[in-house]
Design a protein around this ligand. Structure first.
Ligand code: C2E
Ligand code: SIN
Ligand code: SIN
Ligand code: FE
Ligand code: FE
Length: 411
């Protein structure tokens, strides 16, 4: 447990750190982890305000986490509820007040809100103390709600949240809200850019792009934990890959609609044109001014390379589209990049992109069953894909599938 001085130091450090996280999902995870640490809460959730609804977006639970094998993550289904005073988090969102509830099962009739016991029943968890905080920006706009459950004392027994922790958590929540608003804007801008380019039906594109971003972030995190990277490095890189992965197909902007939206199999000529999309996309980031540009360049260019070297576009000059000197095959085409000639990030996105393409319907194919998809990936380990990454992907498949559910294609 942190003492008062440590808490203050944490708050100052975190304000700065949070302001540098760009992706909204990565940020929410960080906010919840840190908020729980500050008040020693066993569990917690974040709700996001979206179109008049409270969207349950993220949750953590130490008690349940400890029962899982190492490396496994809890899987939650997202749900929505209307923003009104009948739920605790709804009340907090509407009123802007903090609610410090001693026992969720002993809420009186004199208040408009009540505890929804089915949440406990569904998650097989007993909520007692509950601290619910609005996430308000500097202009007093509520962007979400932070809910912390079951404060714990030194002996890990459930206790109440202390009133003197409230100023600290309030300060933290303000910083968090500002960072969240900025990250939500970044996400919106990227999705808008992608849909403006009319890659496809804008609705489908947004979901695919979000899924590939989210799968890639999870696969990266699981890999990084196995390789004992620091928490700081993991959060930082996960943030970058979450956004860069969303941009993997921006090069399709330059491919004509007749090819892109063809409701059937490609001819060889059409496929050859489509195969330009990796380097056409990479060109957009050739200035490489930031780490995000750097990773976006790499992911665009290399997400269709294969572990065995038979992918595309290979060792190519992105300006001319021709083989780099010394890398031409007998037919003049560039030689494919093999194994670790690409980067980890590109290999991760390559797997997540194919997983998504197989799991969902496309104009040219129907959706496969999850069993078939997983078998296909396993079969391609060591040929198309990096076997270590496939192994990790299969280990976290439940988390991956919860992302499929979170961002469905809208027909
Ligand atoms: P996409 O639909 O997102 O698919 C991404 C990658 O998933 C494909 O890269 C391929 O590696 C894999 N994939 C997709 N469907 C299948 C499948 O049925 N079986 C297997 N084993 N793998 C599959 P690829 O082939 O380089 O294609 C890149 C993009 O080109 C595709 O992105 C899609 O937009 C387009 N495309 C490819 N083939 C066709 C086609 O026959 N018709 C149309 N309309 N588009 C196609
Ligand atoms: C709420 O904040 O009211 C929703 C969650 C719960 O009831 O446990
Ligand atoms: C898309 O659906 O817009 C892109 C498909 C891909 O990932 O290749
Ligand atoms: Fe692609
Ligand atoms: Fe894709």
């Amino acid at each position: 447990m942190l003492n008062e001085k440590q808490k203050l130091e944490e708050i100052i450090k975190l304000g700065d750190y949070m302001a540098h996280i760009n992706d909204i999902d990565v940020l929410m995870e960080k906010i919840l982890t840190e908020a729980r640490k500050l008040v020693n809460a066993d569990a917690g959730s974040i709700y996001q305000c979206e179109n008049g609804m409270l969207l349950f977006t993220y949750s953590q639970n130490d008690t349940k986490q400890k029962k899982l094998p190492p490396g496994k993550k809890l899987v939650y289904n997202t749900f929505k509820m209307p923003i009104n005073e009948s739920s605790i988090s709804g009340y907090v969102a509407v009123s802007g007040e903090i609610l410090n509830i001693e026992d969720a099962y002993k809420i009186g009739d004199d208040v408009p809100y009540g505890f929804q016991k089915d949440f406990d029943i569904k998650t097989k968890y007993k909520t007692t103390s509950m601290l619910t905080i609005p996430l308000k920006t500097s202009t007093n706009k509520t962007v979400g709600v932070l809910q912390l459950l079951n404060a714990q004392d030194e002996n890990n027994n459930v206790t109440t949240f202390k009133d003197n922790d409230i100023p600290i958590i309030k300060h933290f929540a303000n910083n968090a809200a500002v960072a969240l608003e900025k990250a939500a804007l970044t996400r919106t801008l990227i999705l808008r850019m992608i849909s403006m380019a009319e890659l496809r039906d804008p609705k489908e594109t947004g979901a695919h792009v979000n899924r590939v971003g989210a799968f890639s972030a999870e696969l990266y995190e699981a890999w990084a934990k196995k390789h004992n990277l620091t928490e700081y490095e993991i959060t930082h890189n996960k943030d970058t890959i979450r956004i860069a992965a969303m941009l993997h197909d921006v090069g399709k902007v330059a491919i004509s609609d007749t090819i892109l939206k063809k409701p059937g199999k490609f001819t060889d000529e059409e496929y050859a044109i489509m195969k330009q999309h990796p380097y056409l996309g990479a060109r957009l980031f050739s200035e490489r001014q930031s780490e995000l540009d750097e990773m976006s360049f790499d992911i665009c260019l290399n997400h269709h390379e294969r572990w065995d070297g038979f992918g595309y576009p290979g060792h190519i000059d992105i300006v001319t589209g021709l083989a780099l000197p010394g890398f031409a095959k007998e037919n003049g085409q560039p030689r494919g990049k093999k194994g670790e000639e690409t980067t980890l990030a590109a290999r991760i996105v390559g797997i997540c992109d194919v997983y998504d393409a197989l799991s969902c319907r496309r104009v040219y194919k129907s959706a496969w069953t999850q069993e078939d998809v997983v078998n296909e990936l396993k079969k391609s380990a060591g040929t198309q894909f990096d076997s270590e990454l496939i192994e990790i992907f299969v280990e976290i498949i439940e988390v991956i599938q919860s992302i499929l559910q979170k961002y469905p294609d809208t027909e």
